[in-house]
Design a protein around this ligand. Structure first.
Ligand code: DC
Length: 227
């Protein structure tokens, strides 16, 4: 179809648990594109530091680690566990390890390091060059793919985002309370929006979509109409 040839990359940004992964994944399925959730790259770097005993507060060490590690993101094979993609760290499947509360706690700090960001952006642009990708993150429209022909900024209230994350965590067997998750969402919003390098914000030409009271299906219909 014509839209497939014209629209080669879609940039999608928004705060934690705004629904951008769900919608990005559905959109990628619909278009036959790769779904690249760039948050998993910052998470994989964080997990690597935790596993290797690298102090996450040591910017120099974490930056060096981010350049050295081998990671890959692939469409899922046949795992049947509801995953949207598979993340490999040094060849090992760490897809679910990336969702642990320990990674949640430290990933904002790791993703605030300029050297780590440069390395992840370099890797993300390589995926962008291959085309046919829906890339989801915080700075895709502003920094990674500023020339993307379609940029979407997906948002929702902090309470609704915390509620969604709480449901996800329950399903994954982590017993965090709603209040703790809401506090974490608010802390990360604050941190991600105010960090010095590539803070979370919509690109000037992004279309803003609020998902608070709307289903993923309704939103998909709107986006397909734009596509
Ligand atoms: O989307 P997520 O919760 O998996 O993202 C994890 C962290 O990575 C989050 O604190 C923000 C950061 N991140 C970022 O800074 N830039 C991106 N493109 C994606 C994620």
């Amino acid at each position: 179809m014509e839209y497939k040839t014209k629209l080669n990359v879609i940039a999608m940004d928004g705060p934690a648990a705004s629904g951008k992964s769900t919608i990005g994944y559905m959109l990628a399925q619909e278009l036959g594109f790769l779904f690249l959730d760039t948050g998993c790259m910052y998470r994989a770097t964080t997990l690597a530091a935790l596993l290797q005993g690298v102090d996450v507060a040591d910017e120099t060490a974490v930056t060096a680690l981010s350049r050295a590690i081998h990671m890959d993101i692939k469409p899922p094979a046949d795992e049947g566990d509801g995953r949207q993609y598979t993340t490999l760290l040094e060849g090992r499947d760490v897809t679910w390890d990336l969702r642990s509360p320990d990674v949640d706690t430290h990933v904002s700090l790791v993703s605030s390091y300029v050297g780590v960001r440069e390395e992840m952006v370099r890797r993300q642009r390589e995926f962008g060059l291959r085309g046919q990708v829906v890339m989801v993150g915080r700075d895709i429209g502003t920094v990674v793919l500023p020339d993307a022909p379609l940029k979407l900024y997906i948002t929702a209230s902090a309470e609704e985002r915390a509620r969604r994350r709480w449901v996800d965590r329950q399903e994954q067997g982590h017993a965090n309370s709603y209040d703790a998750i809401l506090a974490d969402v608010q802390r990360r919003d604050e941190f991600d929006s105010n960090r010095q390098h590539s803070p979370l914000r919509p690109a000037d030409d992004a279309i803003i979509i609020d998902t608070t009271d709307r289903s993923a299906l309704q939103i998909m219909q709107d986006i397909m109409a734009m596509v």
